[in-house]
Design a protein around this ligand. Structure first.
Ligand code: ATP
Ligand code: MG
Length: 460
C-alpha cells in the first residue's frame, strides 16, 4: 500500500535524511526498489529525531556493493545487510527478506530474500513495519502501521503469539516502545505478551539490560515499571523489585503506601534521567523487605536497609552485567541515601565530605525525589543546595596540609597509625580548627604524644 505524504517533511533540515535520499535515488535509478524502512519512518511520522536510517531494497548485497564501492559487508553479507558509508553517516542497506525458522526463540535459523511486503511481515510491530519512498514521497504500509501510529497503539504484525514465540526480545521491545512513546499495547498483543513472559530468559542478559536501561532512562520509567510489573516480566527479571509489593511502612513517614508504591512515585519524577540516578531510584529501598522489623512499641523499622540494599544492588547490577562504572556509581548512592536526613546536624567536616562525593549531585537529586515520593518536605534539600552555593569548592575539599612523610619525619613508624593521624588532621582542617601547615604540624605533634591515637572519623 502506498500513501502520499504531506509536504512538511522537507521543510526541516535533514542532512542524514538527504544523504539517505541520495542513496535511495541511486538504487532506484539502477532499477531496484529501495525505501527507508522501520524505525526511522516511525520516528519521522512522530516528528522525532532518528539516530539512524535503514534502507531496504530489492538489490542483493553484491549489487549494493557494486553500486557503492566503499560499501563494506561488515554487517554480514550472509544476512543481506551491507553498511554503506556516506558523508558523516553510515547507512544499513538490507535486501528485502523473510526469516525462516526460529528454533532458539530469538534468532531466525536463516533468512531468504523476499518481496517488500514479506519484509514488512517479519518486523515486530506495525508501527515499525512502515516503508517510505523518499523520492516519490510515499508511505508504503502493508500492515496498517499508520493507523496504529495515529491511535498510539503497539500491535504485533500478524499473530502476536507466534511473533513473540519467534523472538522473545519482542516482549521487552513492546514495553519499551509503549513506555517511551506513550502508546498503549493493543489487547491481543498484551495478552500474548503476558502469556509468554516467563520465557524472557531465552534472551541474552546483555540485550535484556539494554532494553531495561532504555526504559529507566527514558521519558516515562514509572509507566515502564507498571507495564513490566503487570506483564509478569518484572518478577522474572527483577524479582527483588516485585518483592517490594505489600511491604508496609510507617504511615507517618510514608502516607503514600508500601515500598513498591513509594519506588514507583520516585520513578514518576524522572524523565530522561541519567542512568545511575534511575537505577539508584529503583534500588534505593531494595533492602527494606529483608530488614523489616517491628520494635517493642510496634513501630515498623528497616534497620540498616541501606547497607543490605547496597549489597543487593551490587548483586542485581552484576547479574545484569552492567559495566563497572555504573555499578560503582549506583551502589554507593544506595548505601548513602539515608545519610541525607542528618545533614542539618552534621559537623562541618562531615558535611563537606558529603558535598565532596563524586556522585553528590545525583544523590541530592535522589534525595529530592525520595522526599517528594513520601512526606514532600524539601527543607534538607534546600539546605544542601544553599550550602553548595555558599561554600567555595576550595573550602569543601581543600588540599591536604600534611602527608605521610611529615609523620615519618616526626618519628611515627610506618604503619596504619599514620593513616589515622592523617585523617584526624584532615578532620580538624575541614572543621576549620587548623588552617595552615604550621598549625597542622603542631596538632600532629600533640596527637602523636597523646595516647591512644584518635580513631579515624567515620562518614556518619
Ligand atoms: P530504536 O532504534 O529506537 O531502538 P527501531 O525500531 O529502529 O527502534 P532497531 O533495533 O533499530 O529498532 O531496528 C530497526 C527495525 O528492525 C525496527 O523498526 C523493526 O522494523 C525491525 N526489528 C528490530 N528488532 C526486531 C525484532 N526483534 N523483531 C522484528 N523486527 C525487528
Ligand atoms: Mg533504529
Amino acid at each position: 500500500m502506498a500513501v502520499r505524504m504531506d509536504g512538511n517533511w522537507e521543510t526541516q533540515k535533514m542532512s542524514m535524511w538527504q544523504m539517505g535520499l541520495h542513496l535511495v535515488k541511486r538504487l532506484q535509478r539502477a532499477g531496484y526498489v529501495a525505501y527507508f524502512a522501520g524505525g526511522c519512518v516511525r520516528d519521522r511520522l512522530l516528528n522525532q529525531e532518528s539516530h539512524d536510517i535503514d534502507i531496504a531494497t530489492t538489490a542483493t548485497p553484491e549489487e549494493v556493493q557494486r553500486l557503492f564501492p566503499p560499501a563494506t559487508g561488515l554487517h554480514g553479507k550472509v544476512f543481506g545487510v551491507v553498511r554503506v558509508p556516506s558523508g558523516d553517516y553510515s547507512f544499513e542497506v538490507a535486501t528485502f527478506r523473510r526469516d525462516v525458522g526460529t528454533s532458539d526463540g530469538r534468532h531466525p535459523d536463516c533468512v531468504v530474500f523476499a518481496r517488500p511486503e514479506e519484509d514488512a511481515y517479519r518486523r515486530d510491530f506495525t508501527i515499525n513495519a512502515l516503508f517510505y519512498d523518499p523520492v516519490a514521497e510515499q508511505l508504503i504500509d502493508y500492515v496498517g502501521g499508520r493507523f496504529d501510529l495515529a491511535e498510539k497503539k503497539i500491535r504485533a504484525v500478524g499473530d502476536p503469539h507466534r511473533r513473540f514465540a519467534e523472538d522473545k526480545l519482542r516482549l521487552l521491545r513492546a514495553i519499551r516502545f509503549a513506555a517511551n512513546l506513550g502508546f498503549t499495547i493493543e489487547p491481543e498483543t498484551w495478552q500474548a505478551l503476558r502469556a509468554q513472559a516467563t520465557t524472557i530468559h531465552l534472551v541474552s542478559v546483555e540485550r535484556i539490560r539494554e532494553e531495561l536501561d532504555r526504559i529507566w532512562a527514558g521519558p516515562a520509567p514509572a509507566i515502564g515499571l507498571d507495564l513490566l510489573d503487570r506483564s509478569g516480566l518484572l518478577v522474572q527479571l527483577l524479582p527483588e523489585l516485585s518483592a517490594l509489593h505489600g511491604v508496609e511502612q510507617p504511615k507517618e513517614f510514608h502516607p503514600e503506601g508500601d515500598v513498591f508504591v513509594h519506588t514507583r512515585l520516585l520513578l514518576g519524577q524522572l524523565c530522561n534521567a541519567p542512568l545511575p540516578l534511575a537505577w539508584a531510584a529503583l534500588l534505593h529501598d531494595i533492602g527494606k523487605p529483608i530488614t523489616q522489623r517491628r520494635d517493642s512499641s510496634g513501630r515498623i523499622r528497616f534497620f540498616e536497609h541501606e547497607v543490605i540494599g547496597a549489597r543487593m544492588a551490587h548483586v542485581i547490577l552484576t547479574r545484569l552485567r552492567q559495566p563497572n562504572h555504573l555499578i560503582d556509581a549506583v551502589v554507593p548512592m544506595v548505601a548513602n541515601h539515608m545519610a541525607f536526613k542528618d545533614a542539618k546536624q552534621m559537623r562541618p567536616a562531615t558535611l563537606k565530605r558529603l558535598l565532596a562525593r563524586d556522585t553528590f549531585l545525583l544523590e541530592l537529586e535522589l534525595h529530592r525525589i525520595d522526599c517528594l515520593a513520601c512526606h514532600g518536605d524539601l527543607s534538607i534539600y534546600e539546605f544542601l543546595r544553599a550550602k553548595l552555593e555558599e561554600l567555595p569548592p576550595a573550602d569543601i575539599s581543600p588540599p591536604r596540609l600534611l602527608t605521610g612523610h611529615d609523620f615519618l619525619a616526626l618519628g611515627v613508624p610506618p604503619g596504619p597509625r599514620i593513616g589515622s593521624l592523617l585523617e584526624a588532621v584532615r578532620e580538624a582542617q575541614l572543621n576549620g580548627q587548623v588552617q595552615t601547615r604550621e598549625e597542622a604540624l603542631s596538632l600532629a605533634s600533640r596527637l602523636i604524644s597523646s595516647e591512644p591515637t584518635p580513631p579515624s572519623p567515620g562518614f556518619r
